[in-house]
Design a binder for this molecule. Sequence first.
Ligand code: PLP
Length: 427
Amino acid sequence: MINCDAYLDNNGTTLVPAVVASEMIKWMNHGNPSSQYAAARASRAMMDEFRGYLARVAGCAGYEILFTSGASESNALICCGIINNALRAIRGMGQRVHIVSSAIEHKSIMYLLRDMTDRHSDVIDVTYVLPDASGHMLARDMAQAVRPNTIMVICMLANNETGAINDIAGISRAVKRANPRVFMHSDIVQGFGKIPINIARMGIDGASISFHKIHAPTGAGVAVIAHKCSTDICPIVFGTQNKGIRGGTENVPAIAAAFAATRMAHETMHEDIAREVTLKRYLMEQLKARAPCITLLDYESQESARARLAMQIVIIDSSTSGGDPTKYLPNTLMIAVAKHIGPPACNSMIRDKLEEARVIVSVGSACNSSSKEHSHVLRAMNMPSILMDGAIRVSMSRYTTTRELDLFVNGFIAEAKRQLDTAYARK
Ligand code: PLP
C-alpha cells in the first residue's frame, strides 16, 4: 500500500478505487472462461460486452480487440507479429525490411527494436526519428524516413514523461502517402481514457492499451488490430483464445475491473480534463509565485537570462498559456530545476526529499542512477543536460486535489533552494 499524502505518479500507475476493486472480487471464481458452464459463459459475455464498449469509446469497430497482460505485451504482440511475418515473407530472397520509429517510445518498444535488430542485423533496418524541441513528433519528419521497403511506422500518441501529444492522424496520413503499405502502430496507453480517441479516424492499424493507467489493477491490457491486418500477425503466445492470435486463459477479474475503470474514465472524461487543466494551471501559478519560472523553449532561446539567474524552474509545456490539453496531456507536467551555481540540481534527491514529506512523484531517469544515463526521451529532445539532471514529472488523476499540489510545491521548492544554498555555501 502506498503510504503518502500526495500521489502524483499517475502516469506510472494509478490507485484502484474501491468500486473497481470490488468488481474484481465479484469476478473471481468464475472458472475458466473457455469452459462451457454458466459462470464461464458469463465471463465470455462480459468480455464481449467490454470489447463492444471499447469499440464505441475508442472508435475501433473494425478491429480485433485482444486481451493481454498489459501494454508491454500488446506492443510486443503487434510489433514482433508484424516484423516476424515480414521476415518470413522475405526469407531466402536477399531482401531487407525497414521500420520507422519515433525515438521517444516506451522502453517496451525501444528494447524490442534493439533486440530484433541485434538478432536480425542482416535483414532489419530501423530509423529512429527525433522529436522537435517541445517533445512532439512531426508528420513531415516521420514521412521523410519512410522507404519503399518500410513495413511499419511506430509512433506513440502521448509521451509518458513529457505528456506531449502527437498528431497521430497527421502522421498516419503522411507516412501512408509516402508508402501506402506501411502498418501504423501507436502505443496509445497514456492517452486512452484521458483524452478523446478514435483509433480508426487516427489511421491506426495497431494500438496498445493498458488499464492500470486509468485506475484498474496492473496486469490487463488490450492489443487493437485492424481486421484486415490481423492475419499478418504471428502470435507470440499460442493457444485458442483471442481467435488464436493471443493464447492464454484471460485474466477475467482484472478484465472486469478494467471494464469498470474504462466506463468511469469515459463517463467523466470531459469534466476530468477541465479539472486537470485547472489544477495544472494552479500548479504553474504556485511555482511561479515561489521561484522564477520559464518555459523550455524560452529557456533554450535566452542564453543571457540563463546566465543571470542562479536558479530557474523550467516548465516543459510549450502550449500557449500552458496547459493546452490538445498539445500536452492535461494530467502531466514535467518541470526541471535549472541550477546555474555549483553542480546541477539532482532530481533523485528532490524525489527522495519529497517522499520523506509523503509526496510521491517520478523522475524519468534519476540524476545519480547507476547507469548515469539520462532519459532517452529528454535526450532525443536535445534538452540541456543541466535540465535533464533536475527533471521531475508530476502526473495527476481525477482524484488529485490542490492540497496535494501545495504539498508538492512546498517540498519541491524547499529542496531545490536547499541544493542552491549548499552550492553557495561551498563557493
Ligand atoms: N507504453 C507506455 C507509454 C507506458 O507508459 C507504459 C507503462 O509504463 C507501457 C507502455 C507499459 O504498460 P504495461 O505496464 O501495461 O506493460
